[in-house]
Ligand binder design. Structure first.
Ligand SMILES: Cc1cc2nc3c(=O)[nH]c(=O)nc-3n(C[C@H](O)[C@H](O)[C@H](O)COP(=O)(O)O)c2cc1C
Ligand code: SF4
Ligand code: SF4
Length: 417
């Protein structure tokens, strides 16, 4: 189930979750209560769950081999929601490649005789923190990944390193090898999913001829998260990928300022990650800025309007299809007839505060624009309904989740793999 499906489920069912498994408040432990409240606040603010756990902030640590282990994460834990430790080599071909790379002198690697035991140790070190543990893995066969998942279980996110382009690693059938052999990548994803674990795929944009197709393939094979090093491609590439799959997306590469973070979030990312500049000051700045933004605006990763370059989530702000504008080609591309689009939006807001709005252009707030576009008719309706602008944006986020789960209801056809 994607994050959009899950939020759509919450939107329609008033489903209650516990952000910290097995916590029961008896009013005697203020630390546990404070932590519980903190995580409930975070869920209200960002609406993000990974591995059934609330993500405290949409800032992630990206892996750096030989550097990012539990000790490194613990030094930065206050300002990250999830940490990808590693990369760790998990079978003999990958370990041999890592040894060669480390022997070359200019790279650090985690070299251990028993990767399973080492990974267990690292995961355990993060146990009593809010940071969701994830491990970035280099392996050459589906069986190696599946075996590890059998041993380590469901409490950690498994990230397939399809990113490493070091020649020794690629020659060992790991890292970027998987981007040149996407059937093998699909087999690894499927092997992990057969162990019921959460799977992330770390890719570098621009390696395969069509990143949209790659995203679809990962989705089709069952991946949950796409972690994308965007290199120099920027937000246009990210938007293309967002428009191709409902996976949770982590955007990566040089995201060291809030402007850059918002650019990524407004073009389809759910989180951003940092590797080289993951110093405490940068992480704290991003965490504080996105928390403030979410508290003020209501939707921390709101898209731009479709006609201003927004991604598919921006359908939540689109009008009735009555004129020639980017909505029409978008509906054509996703194969949704205009009548279905109208029915979908009106159905999704039925019984919600977005249903009202007789004096707006199209008779319902379902069709109304983003709060950044000034409009007295929308604002009069909001005022009359006692709905704050922040609440309006949250409702639009819920509507966008419903739209996403309808658009990506079916897997892409077989010929894409
Ligand atoms: C020294 C170093 C080691 C890295 N090791 C890995 C790795 O093991 N696995 C992986 O997926 N990415 C690895 N990366 C890539 C980073 O996770 C990240 O994608 C890249 O550095 C761009 O993000 P940044 O601009 O935030 O650094 C490494 C990067 C560096 C600089
Ligand atoms: S329907 Fe409205 S918001 Fe959407 S693309 Fe057209 S003009 Fe822009
Ligand atoms: S009433 Fe205002 S916000 Fe609503 S669709 Fe018209 S212009 Fe946009």
């Amino acid at each position: 189930m994607s994050v959009h499906d899950l939020r759509a489920l919450l939107f329609h069912s008033h489903f209650i979750i516990s952000p910290i498994p097995n916590v029961r408040c008896k009013g005697i432990c203020s630390i546990t209560c404070n932590r519980y409240e903190l995580m409930m606040d975070a869920f209200g603010r960002f609406g993000l769950l990974i591995n059934d756990r609330v993500v405290k902030t949409p800032v992630a640590l990206a892996s750096m081999a030989g550097i990012v282990d539990a000790a490194y994460v613990l030094e930065r834990k206050e300002h990250v929601g999830i940490a990808f430790m590693g990369g760790y080599s998990i079978d003999e071909p990958a370990l041999e490649a890592a040894r060669q790379m480390a022997a070359g002198g200019d790279r650090r690697e985690f070299l251990c005789d028993d990767p399973e035991q080492e990974l267990q140790k690292q995961i355990t070190l993060l146990k009593n923190t809010h940071v969701i543990p994830a491990i970035n893995l280099r392996g050459s066969t589906p069986a190696a990944f599946a075996r590890l998942a059998q041993e380590l279980g469901e409490g950690v996110v498994y990230e397939i390193d399809a990113h490493c382009r070091q020649p020794a690693m690629v020659a060992a059938g790991c890292g970027e090898h998987y981007l040149h052999n996407t059937k093998e990548l699909g087999a690894v994803i499927r092997a992990l999913k057969s162990e019921n674990v959460t799977v992330s795929v770390k890719i570098r944009a621009g390696v395969v001829p069509d990143d949209r197709r790659l995203a679809e393939e990962c989705w089709k094979a069952g991946a949950d998260i796409l972690h994308i090093d965007l290199m120099d491609f920027g937000s246009a590439k990210l938007r293309q990928i967002r428009n191709s799959c409902p996976l949770l997306i982590i955007a990566n590469n040089s995201i060291n300022s809030f402007d850059r973070m918002r650019e990524m979030l407004s073009h389809g990312a759910d989180l951003v990650s940092l590797a080289r500049h993951a110093d405490e000051r940068t992480l704290a700045g991003l965490d504080a800025a996105i928390t403030r933004y979410a508290d003020e605006e209501g939707w921390y990763n709101s898209p731009k309007q479709l006609c201003r370059g927004g991604d598919i989530r921006a359908l939540t702000f689109c009008c009735m299809p009555v004129k020639e504008c980017p909505l029409i080609p978008t509906l054509n591309r996703i194969g949704m007839p205009r009548e279905d689009y109208i029915r979908m939006k009106l159905g999704a807001v039925e019984g919600t505060p977005l249903e009202q709005g007789k004096q707006t252009c199209f008779g319902s707030l379902a069709w109304c624009c983003k709060t950044s576009s000034p409009c007295m008719f929308r604002d009069m309706t909001l005022k009359g309904g006692n709905i704050s602008q922040k609440e309006y944006m949250r409702l639009k986020r819920d509507l966008s989740d419903t739209i996403m789960s309808r658009v990506f209801h079916d897997l892409p056809p077989d010929d894409t793999c």
